[in-house]
Write a protein of this length. Sequence first.
Length: 255
Amino acid sequence: MKNSLIIAFLYIIAFCQVNAQNLAGTITYQQVTRYNFENIRDAHGDNQQTQDWIASLPEEGTTVQVLSFNSTKALFQEDDSEKDATPPGLQRALMYENSLEPPRQLVKQVYYDFTSNEKLVQVEYLTRFFLVQSEIHALPWKLASEKKMILEYTCMAAKVTLKEVEIVAWFTPEIPVPLGPSNYGGLPGMILAIERNGETAYLASSVNLSPPAEESLMKPEKGNLISEKEFLSILEEKEKEWKENSRGDVQNFHR
């Protein structure tokens, strides 16, 4: 409890410092996605051809994500100019893997308006776009004793467990902005790395503390505006439908 209160207090200080110092900049991250194809293994685990096929696929992929911010707003999004085409074989495997589980939501952009304390997340879900609106709020982080260097910045660790996944955020008070990649934030310093269950999910590759161009901070407009509660209700409904309609059919998809 005491630990959480300390973070909440420092969180408020960080927001004050953003406005007082007029901090602005751009953080570039490498997002690491690991491919384990657990659903395909479960469906075809005893098939040697399937095992050989999975072994031939990449174990991970990376994308470039950018966080732009100033004293009043921020925007996190993928850098499309750095995006490589997904190889056909991997694309087919990912499509099949995803077909064996409930539909996933894909976060496209995360927008923050510090003046109104508003967060707007642009999500693609079942080929539709949503703008999920909520207040800016911090996760229940707990400070840890570990420290390490990322780029030239000294970073401290904070931890939280969400849906049985241990998340470690490495943040630096040297950039007193309570932001980070994707939906992660609410710490007394910029988050430069995120680990999930001990594996790197996001890692900052560059920090530029010059003010970003105004077009890199534009509020997303594509999608149906919806509250966070309403969107969660849609997710629950569609997951229920998927479970009812799924017959557990498997395919010889590696051919």
